[in-house]
Design a protein around this ligand. Structure first.
Ligand SMILES: [Zn+2]
Ligand SMILES: [Zn+2]
Length: 380
């Protein structure tokens, strides 16, 4: 973070657009740097100034992360987030209440004291894994592949080529920042000599461009606890992306999808199953067999006069959650209507129908409907 960003348009300096790719910016910078390089323009103060300007601009928008930081800062200025900042020119930072941390405090600390290359926490990585219904109930350890920033193996995060010298930056004496006097205030800014790292690296690591981290795909084993629900997210602290410049790693967030079971459903820690019963069983009551998820059946007693859709609870036959608490099995009975009947069964049923001709199950319903207020579909 650099307080003079407010009045510096690095895009204009490089002659690129705000939407240019990192590659385009790099190419343009290289061309300009060649053109204005002091070696190519001896004793040319104008070229030297231009070279410095171009380098400064590239220093910021040449890398994606600081470019983003810069863009956000410029947007904040343009939106008037800073009192007195932006277009006014001269004297904008005279407000003593001006505090970058207040405004950017929620941006992961990147505007904190240490300059833009200071250690930062790595990003959280998110991934999705699909497991079977059985694994969700039992718990499972499963490998998942994730792509993200990991500590560079060539330099082990030190940012320097193996065996090369790393010493303390002489300009900032290792603090990573230097004070800059703006409008009478000493505002700390990242040390240009070391880009805020406080270290002087003689040979930057080529594998990671001296960032200490590289992008990689790795396979990690994750332990999913028993009883996990479909749609649940597990946060594995410190298993996410490596932090830049030796910062702590972010978290790994694993979102769980659970496949369906052919027989059982699930409601929180309870399992559900629908079991058909016959008309006679519903009428007379019966002992029926109900499947359980661990295999085999248990016997459920249904009373005489059980209606279709009634739910029975079998204690302790549900899901054991990660805390060891056991859910129940919820059994919904559903009246099965026979589609094929033997001659005798048909005769018996016809006889039953004749015997119950007087029993109209809709009688009460129709009477209640008749006495209910009427509704005119055409309105009042
Ligand atoms: Zn490296
Ligand atoms: Zn320094």
């Amino acid at each position: 973070m650099n307080p003079d960003w407010a009045d510096k348009d690095f895009y204009k300096v490089l002659g690129v657009s705000k939407t240019s790719s990192q590659d385009e910016i790099k190419k343009t910078y290289r061309k300009l740097a060649k053109e204005y390089h002091p070696d190519a323009n001896p004793d040319n103060a104008k070229a030297e100034a231009k070279f410095k300007e171009v380098s400064e601009a590239y220093d910021v928008i040449g890398t994606e992360s600081s470019r983003k930081e810069y863009d956000e800062f410029r947007e904040a200025v343009a939106s008037g987030a800073f009192r007195g900042g932006g277009a006014g020119g001269g004297g904008q930072y005279q407000n003593a209440n001006f505090n970058f941390e207040d405004i950017f405090g929620d941006m992961g600390g990147m505007f904190g004291g240490g300059g833009r290359n200071r250690a930062r926490r790595g990003n959280d990585l998110e991934t999705r894994v699909t497991i079977s219904f059985a694994d969700a109930l039992q718990g499972v350890t499963t490998p998942i592949r994730i792509t993200g920033d990991v500590v560079c193996s060539s330099c082990r995060g030190s940012r320097a080529e193996a065996g090369s010298k790393v010493s303390t930056c002489g300009t900032c004496r290792g603090s990573g920042q230097v004070a800059r006097n703006v409008g009478g205030f000493g505002i700390p800014q990242a040390c240009n000599a070391c880009q805020g790292t406080g270290q002087k690296i003689e040979k930057p690591c080529r594998s990671c461009q001296a960032t200490g981290i590289v992008r990689d795909t790795k396979t990690v084993q994750i332990k999913i606890p028993r009883g996990v629900k479909d749609g649940a997210a597990i946060r594995l602290s410190g298993r996410g992306a490596a932090g830049p410049n030796g910062g702590p790693a972010g978290d790994l967030i694993v979102r769980i999808s659970v496949t369906n079971h052919p027989v059982f459903g699930r409601k929180e820690d309870n399992l559900t199953v629908t079991v058909p019963i016959t008309f006679s069983e519903a009428t007379f009551g019966a002992q029926i067999s109900v499947p359980v998820v661990t295999g085999g059946n248990v016997t459920l007693k249904i009373p005489a006069g059980t209606t279709s859709g009634k739910i029975f609870r079998i204690k302790g036959r549900g899901v054991t959650n990660s805390k060891g608490k056991q859910g129940d099995l919820l059994v919904t009975v559903e009246l099965a209507i026979p589609t094929k009947l033997s001659k005798q069964a048909k005769a018996a049923l016809e006889n039953f129908a004749k015997e119950t001709l007087q029993d109209d199950p809709r009688e009460e319903l129709l009477a209640r409907a008749a006495s209910a207020p009427r509704i005119n579909p055409d309105g009042e």
